[in-house]
Design a protein around this ligand. Sequence first.
Ligand code: NAD
Length: 336
Amino acid sequence: MLKVAILGYGGIARSHRSGYEKLAELNAPVELVALCDIDPAQFTNVVTINQGGAGQGEGKAYRTYTDLEEMLEKEELDIIDICLPTYLHCTYTCDLLRRGYHVQCEKPMGLNREECAQMLKAAEESGKKLMIGMCLRFDGYYLALKELIDSGKYGKVESAYFERLSSMPAWGYDGWFHDYNRAGGVAMDMHIHDVDMIRYLFGEPKAVSALTNDARTKCTTIHSRFVYDDKLVFAIGDWGQSNSRRFNAGCRINFEKATFIMTGGAMTVYPDEGEPYALEPTTKNSHMAEESLFFARTILGELENDKNTPRDAAGSVALVTKLIESAENGGGMVEV
Ligand SMILES: NC(=O)c1ccc[n+]([C@@H]2O[C@H](COP(=O)([O-])OP(=O)(O)OC[C@H]3O[C@@H](n4cnc5c(N)ncnc54)[C@H](O)[C@@H]3O)[C@@H](O)[C@H]2O)c1
């Protein structure tokens, strides 16, 4: 049984906790035992993030620590699940890997290519496993889409559009989401999910371009183009939506012989021949549960991590930096 502690018990950590609780029901070989956060109120606070939903508060069922050193001294841990704000990912990941822990770290891997390179080096030198929470790679909806694409059932993809829309994050430690230098704007924080999925589904584009606005913080909204020889791909990441509009994300894909639409938590295939039909996700488990189970199984040697390598996560950070580079230069093409 692998023992895990969550470091940083804020918004997304509650979804991680729910994921581990699901895995406990499934008798998976991984167990959440402790939570660490510098703010003790977080162990009982209710935090509502854009995604709404998954598990709120109730951290008190676990052993809790406000001091990382004390937790490491008192607990026998195999995995540290880092849910800290993005600007702390690199420092804590490198340190904990070098101290002999396997690390699952939330996305984005780091704020820039240099941080990602440091994290890759620390993982390599420590011999410990590192995985970044590019959670859509474990999401039953996106995996069903990937299966549909890979099956070739409706021919090739001709064009694709992805979107991930919300208001400015209203939660977060010390306002970090609103500070471009600590969060990287919507591009690095939220749009990166679609950037990573586009790379996962279609491979690395030849070039990218983007335009942004800075209405509420630097890079509030980003409109991105991904250049491929055989398909047209666009994506929008937006923190500029009204507070009264809930987070929503989805995509539209035109195949040669069908259109696929994911919206509002449902997927529909509209074939050229035959009636539209609902596509079912590949799993009913949350992507957090699937992600943590996958990581545990790679540590136990049951699986190779061939679907979400840290190098790939670094590649998505690198591609976001190219989108930003394009936006900062008026939207011109940047080769990849
Ligand atoms: N996978 C997803 O869909 C998803 C969604 C939201 C956020 N995230 C990512 O998860 C990470 C955390 O985001 P969040 O929304 O949970 O942020 P948050 O601000 O709500 O939570 C961060 C927590 O870390 C704690 N903290 C800060 N410094 C600390 C330190 N030095 N030691 C211990 N605890 C410390 C804070 O008190 C806070 O509780 C970010 O990188 C974010 O991009 C991912």
